[in-house]
Write a new protein. Structure first.
Length: 92
């Protein structure tokens, strides 16, 4: 899989901003079929950093109620990537 297909987008939340500033960990939404080695290679190729570890979370979709019935949101996969202490990823 291509690196741009593996990494969907970086997740910018209060928690992920704290993790990136203090713990040198970054959160990304990734393709659900991507494995940890694929995520590691994609981050190293796209951002030019050394990845120490990758943790993934499979997040199930939620049922939402709308006026025309119930809809299930799609399931997503999130990756928390720990970067080498000497490297940085500048997202903004």
């Amino acid at each position: 899989m291509e690196p741009t297909r593996v990494i969907r987008k970086p997740l910018i939340t209060e928690k992920s901003t704290y993790m990136s500033a203090e713990l040198n960990r970054h959160a990304f939404q990734v393709d659900r079929r991507a494995t940890k080695p694929q995520i590691r290679k994609a981050i190293e190729a796209l951002y030019g950093v050394r990845v120490v570890s990758v943790a993934t979370q499979n997040r199930p979709g939620k049922v939402r109620r709308f006026k025309y019935g119930y809809v299930t949101t799609p399931a997503t996969k999130r990756a928390i990537v720990k970067i080498h202490p000497d490297d940085r990823i500048e997202l903004f």
